[in-house]
Every structure is written in C-alpha cells, then in structure tokens.
Design a binder for this molecule. Structure first.
Ligand code: UD1
Ligand code: UDP
Length: 356
C-alpha cells in the first residue's frame, strides 16, 4: 500500500502518531498531509517534536475560517496532493473539519478510505463534530471502531459489518508509548508548584461552550467555586479559541483558576495522571483520564464516550455552576479502580495489519 494520512489538529496529530510511527517502522510507504487547521506552535509543531514525527510532507496552510471556507479549501488542497501522490489508501481520524475534508477528497477519487475512531455518536446534531463523524463513517471503506459499542452504533446505521473492525483507540497506544518518558522528563509539577493529588486540571475549548458567554461563565464559576471550597488550585491550559472569547466576553477569572498556555503532550500527561480531578469538554481528555485512572467531570450535555461513564471514570454535568459543584463533590473521591474500555494499546498495529 501507499498510505496518505490527512491530519490538521492537535488531537489528530496525537492519535495518528502511533500509526505513522508503525508505518515508518514497518517500511510501509506513506505521506503525511497537514491541512494547517491548527498552526500555532503550541497546538501543532510541539506535538511533531515530542512524538518524534517527521515534519509533514505537505502543509496546506488553510488556517482558520468559517466551517465552509475551511472545509472547502482543505478539500481542494487534499485533492491536489492525492492526485500527485496517487496513494492506495487515505487515513483520517476523528471528527474535525480536517477529517471530513480528507474523507470527501478520498471518496471523490475512489481511493480506499480508512476512518480511525469510527462509530462515536453524541446524538447531538448541533455539534459540528457530530455531522463530521457521521459523514466520515458513511464515506469510509474501513471503519476502525474503538469499542464494541461504537461498532454496534455503526451497524445500527446500516453500515456493513465487514467494513468495521474493533481495534481499541490509538490513544491507548499513544499514552502507553509516552507516559514513562513523560514521567521521566517533565518538570511541570515543580514548574507550577503543584503537589500530586492536590490540584485540579481544567480544559474547555469546545465551540458550544466557549463561544457562549453564559456557558463559559458557568464552567469557570462552578470549577472556581469548587476549588475555593476545597482550598485547591485549578490549572487551565487554555486553547486560543477560549482565550480569545474570554477577552471578547470580558469574563472574570476566579482567583482559584490559573490560566496557562496550552501545554505539550508530555507535560499534559503528567498533569492528567497527577490531578485529583480533571474537568473537561475535550473528547481525548475524557479517554485519557479514564486510561490514567483519574476521575473526570465532563462539562457538556452529551458525550460520545459513554464507556467512560459506564466504568465509573466520568460524569456528565453540563455547564451550570450548581451541577458542576455537585458532580465534583461526588467524583473527587473516586479511587480510579475501573478498567480501561479503550483496548490494549495495539490499535495502531491492528490498523496497519489491515492495510496490508
Ligand atoms: C477544532 C475541532 C474540534 C477539536 C479541536 C481540537 C472542528 C470543527 N473542530 O476546534 O473538534 O476538538 O480542534 O483542539 O474541526 N486558533 C489559533 N491557533 C491555531 C488554531 C486555531 O489561534 O493553531 C484559534 C483561531 O482563533 C480559530 C479558533 O482557534 O478561529 C478555532 O480554531 P478551529 O480550528 O476552527 O477550531 P477548534 O476550536 O480548534
Ligand atoms: N492536550 C495537550 N495539551 C493541552 C491540552 C490537551 O497535549 O494543553 C492533549 C490531550 O492530552 C489530548 C488532546 O490534546 O490528547 C485533546 O485535544 P483537544 O482537547 O484539543 O481535542 P478533542 O479531543 O476534544 O477533539
């Protein structure tokens, strides 16, 4: 095979890194097409460096824009690369506009399309990610589902069972390949003067939360108040989208919440595994906390990762301060003895096997 990986954002770089490295190790011809959806150093190159990935072969430098502009420009750019490179397989991951654009460009030229992390559903069609993942799944020839539940959801939508393989999620591979190195190399706890199990970690960046002043204020208020009552600090590595909106809405930051720039993967893994409680609206962070045995509170109304709730690692609390406080009270003393529902860390090898 000749494989083209299409990626564009922080989570795609992280979750495709085990696959790209496996192709390299097994001497499978491959090319990496970066759409340029993420371009800030802290959302982009830091991950190529830390995950020891070569620089992308192509960077379309599409940048930010409306959903339509961004997706359309990516489709055109990817189509051109595919026509030059003539890959046999295109691989996309997840639910971003980059993944959707890769899926459309591949399907227009009849190149085999593989979708990594197939079958996730929040059942909230207002989320741009929900439409992206449904479209990518239905366009794909090979669907790599992280869990049995995801595979069942795909079959329920009429997708042929022969196209679906349950592999686990490549985030387990990425965590297990990097945790030891992270623990050895990262000095983030010392840098921010944090004691293990004595601080909280927050990430919030999702459009439906941080583009809405009431929801964003509810999250900051609830998390800030919980930290004040329990006399601990919240560290919030803040995504640029959220940073811009904080200023635009002129929201006040509770004194217990400490904002820092987005962090590299190694530092972030150490924080996730040492935090007493993680509060997030991120998809990947719900998975990682579950894998790392740290309790998680999800500040959303729905989740496409219900497995984390079923095993007792996560709770959905919405964005009202009162429900955040009640959820945090309950989750903060969970002991992390659940089992990981996302596979055994061989997802990337299984996906590469299926390409051969
Ligand atoms: C995108 C994904 C989201 C994913 C997230 C991962 C879509 C629809 N959304 O959201 O599913 O969870 O990535 O982090 O694909 N910006 C920068 N620097 C950058 C990139 C963005 O400053 O490198 C700022 C710009 O102001 C931009 C805003 O962030 O307008 C939003 O960026 P965009 O890529 O559109 O969406 P994300 O919120 O990052
Ligand atoms: N992450 C990181 N540094 C940070 C915040 C997150 O390395 O400051 C990593 C995190 O470990 C996870 C991924 O980014 O693997 C999640 O990305 P994000 O929350 O942006 O996107 P989502 O998973 O919600 O699509």
């Amino acid at each position: 095979p000749r494989v083209a990986f299409v990626l564009g954002t922080r989570p795609e770089i992280i979750k495709l890194s085990p696959l790209i490295r496996a192709c390299h190790r097994r001497e499978i011809q491959h090319t990496v097409v970066h759409t340029g959806q993420h371009y800030s150093e802290s959302l982009d190159t830091v991950f190529f460096d830390q995950l020891e990935l070569p620089a992308p072969d192509h960077n379309l430098a599409v940048g930010s824009g409306t959903h339509s502009e961004q997706t359309a420009e990516m489709i055109l750019g990817i189509a051109e690369v595919l026509s030059d490179e003539q890959p046999t397989d295109v691989i996309v991951q997840g639910d971003t506009n980059s993944a959707l654009a890769g899926a459309i460009a591949a399907s227009k030229r009849n190149t085999a399309l593989g979708h990594v992390e197939a079958g996730l559903r929040s059942f909230d069609r207002e989320m741009p990610e929900e439409i992206n993942r449904i479209l990518a799944d239905h366009a794909a020839d090979s669907l790599f589902a992280p869990t049995g539940e995801a595979a069942r959801l795909l079959e329920a939508e009429g997708i042929d069972a022969d196209r679906i393989t349950v592999t686990g999620n490549t985030i387990v591979d990425a965590v297990s390949q990097n945790l030891e190195l992270a623990t050895r190399k990262s000095t983030i706890l010392e840098e921010y003067d944090l004691e293990p199990a004595e601080f909280y970690l927050l990430t919030a960046h999702r459009e439906e939360n941080v583009d809405d002043p009431d929801r964003f204020a509810g999250i900051l208020g609830g998390v800030g108040e919980f930290a004040r009552r329990t006399d601990r600090t919240v560290l919030y590595p803040i995504h640029p989208r959220a940073r811009e909106n904080l200023a635009a809405f002129d929201l006040s930051i509770p004194p217990s919440v400490r904002l820092v720039d987005p962090l590299g993967f190694l530092d972030f893994l150490v924080l996730e595994s040492s935090a007493r409680l993680v509060i997030t609206d991120s998809g990947g962070v719900q998975e990682e906390t579950c894998i790392l045995q740290t309790p998680c509170l999800t500040v959303r109304d729905t989740t496409e990762r219900p497995e984390t709730i079923d095993v007792g690692a996560n709770r959905l609390v919405g964005t009202e301060s009162s429900t955040i406080l009640a959820g945090a009270d309950e989750m903060v003393s969970r002991d992390g003895s659940w089992s990981n529902p996302f596979g055994d860390g061989t997802a990337a090898e299984q996906i590469v096997d299926s390409l051969l």
